[in-house]
Each structure stands twice: as C-alpha cells, then as structure tokens.
Ligand binder design. Structure first.
Ligand SMILES: Nc1ncnc2c1ncn2[C@@H]1O[C@H](COP(=O)(O)OP(=O)(O)O)[C@@H](O)[C@H]1O
Ligand SMILES: [Mg+2]
Length: 281
C-alpha cells in the first residue's frame, strides 16, 4: 500500500479539506463506472490525508471488493446477525481506505427490530464521527434503497456516459431526487467520454434540462474519458490511480477529488445512517 505508486499519487493529489460527510455515488443505468469511481476517488482522497470509508451498497452486483482487490470476508449482514462487530468487518484497502462490504446487510437494514437497528446505527454513527468522508457505492437504478442512500447523503454524485440511454436514466435519477425535495448537492460525472468536449456537452445538456424542468442546479463534477488503462487496471484487479498514477485518467480523477473537496460548503447532516434507516422503514 505504501508502495511507489501510492507515493506518486500522493504527489499528484493536493491537500484539500473535505466538506460534507457523506457522498452517494449513483446512476440510473448500470455499468457506467460507479464502482471504479468510488474506488479511485476514495484512494485519491485517502492519500491526500483524509480518513475515508467506502461502503458497497450495491445489493445484487456489489464488486467494490474486486475493484479494490480485497477479499470481503464479512459484510454488514454479519454485524446485523451479531456474528461480528462493525470494527471487525472493516477491511483496510489500498491507499488506507476503510472498506465496508454491504452484501445482504443493506437489504436487512429495512427488516430489523428496534433493538437491532438501534445497536447497528450506534456503531455506524461511530464510524461517521471518526471519518472525514463516507463514500457510498450504490446499485444502479432507482430502487428505494438506492434513493434512501442518496436522500440521506450530503452530496449525490450521479454518473452517466454519453450514451443516450445512460443520460436518460441519469436524468430520471435526478428527477426522483428533485421529487423528494432532496436538500443535498447534486453533481454529475460524465464517464467514458470520447473527449472532454463531448463530456462537457453531455453535462450541459443534462444540467440545462434539470434547471429548466426541475428548477434544480446540477453541478459539474468532471469528465472522465474512455481509456484502455482503466480496462487493463480492472483486469489486473488494481485501481487505475495506483496501476497508472501518471495517466490522464488518474489526473482527471485526482482533479475531481480536489474539486469535490473544495466544493461549496454543504451543510453536514448528522446521523447519516439513522436517516437511511428512517427512509428505509
Ligand atoms: N473511463 C473508462 N474507460 C474505459 N472503460 C471504463 C471506464 N469506466 C468504466 N469502464 C468499464 O466499465 C466497466 C464497469 O465499471 P463499474 O465501475 O463496475 O460500473 P458500475 O459500478 O456503474 O456498474 C469497467 O469494468 C470497465 O470495463
Ligand atoms: Mg458497481
């Protein structure tokens, strides 16, 4: 973890202060790059000195562990069933990111009795207090658990690609947040763009429509271009920012992390997990 590439990445990342405690990364369509964005953003922020927790909240297709190359031995489900403490299920991933595997535990959040829920929430809130940022890797789509995590987060990062179906689904996600009077900040990442200008065009289209029809601002988180480096990093089971610390995609993700850190102050909501649980029930 403290290998040469991590050091190079530390050089690339500038010191920034993170505001806003919980960032939910989400999309309408699947396969747009959420998990890779969560893994690599977490690492960039962690190597710049932040205490970052990355949580896999994708019920069906969770693979944050694969992208971060850790083996998930246990998940929130084990905490809920009383087999493990929360501390025991946190696994330290590359760059020093604390990883929580959600697994079935996410689904079970909705079905806990009052006592179980209280105990779990106290543990999770302890994690929130001891970290600078929690980044949630959501599943695709607009299921109630996905929407709950976004609504409870201070900041939602919606990921799209330039594909029309991904754009439509990203807009649908933004529309759902607006319909719930989401009071956090919404930013858009355009991933797999053929060029920065194509990505910016996609950003403008979605943010214009959101402003015109939903009357909400969608901030620009940044553009990530399609690159074989990312595909090859995934094959090597190594996050791209560590596999290729001097690549274009690493500097784009690094810039995005810095921008997220600098972003307009968002009010910090306390008790994120309590809010998630309330929304689930
Ligand atoms: N910037 C990119 N350039 C090239 N391929 C990408 C890029 N981002 C994502 N991919 C491809 O998309 C696949 C799915 O990414 P993933 O992060 O698992 O998406 P999601 O979590 O949204 O389902 C990756 O394994 C990779 O092959
Ligand atoms: Mg994923």
């Amino acid at each position: 973890m403290t290998d040469e590439n991590t050091k190079k990445l530390e050089e690339v990342m500038s010191e920034q202060s993170v505001r806003g405690k919980v960032l939910a990364v989400t999309s309408g369509k699947g396969g747009v790059g959420k998990t890779n964005i969560v893994a690599n953003l977490s690492i960039c922020l962690a190597v710049s000195g932040k205490k970052v927790v990355a949580m896999d909240a994708d019920l069906g297709l969770g693979n944050l562990d694969v992208v971060m190359d850790i083996s998930c031995k246990s998940n929130l489900g084990h905490v809920i069933s009383g087999q493990k403490s929360l501390e025991e299920i946190i696994q330290v991933g590359p760059g020093g990111v604390d990883v929580i595997c959600g697994g079935s535990g996410i689904e079970e959040l909705a079905n806990l009795n009052k006592f179980q829920r209280q105990r779990l929430l106290e543990e999770l809130d302890g994690i929130q207090k001891n970290s600078d940022l929690i980044i949630i890797d959501n599943g695709a789509g607009i299921s109630s658990s996905v929407v709950s995590f976004c609504l409870a987060a201070d900041h939602t990062l919606v990921v799209t690609t330039p594909e029309p179906s991904a754009m439509t689904d990203a807009y649908a996600m933004i529309k759902v947040l607006a319909a719930h009077d989401y009071d956090g900040r919404i930013s858009l990442v355009v991933n797999m763009a053929r060029s920065v200008s194509e990505g910016k065009r996609v950003y403008r289209q979605i943010s214009d429509v959101a402003m015109r029809f939903l009357d909400i601002p969608v901030y620009e988180a940044g553009v990530l271009c399609r690159t074989d480096k990312l595909v090859s990093a995934v094959r090597k089971r190594k996050p791209v920012v560590l596999a290729y610390p001097r690549s274009g995609i690493t500097s784009s993700i690094g810039a995005m992390a810095a921008r997220l850190s600098r972003g307009a102050a968002v009010k910090t909501k306390e008790g994120f997990f309590k809010r998630v649980a309330n929304l689930f029930s």
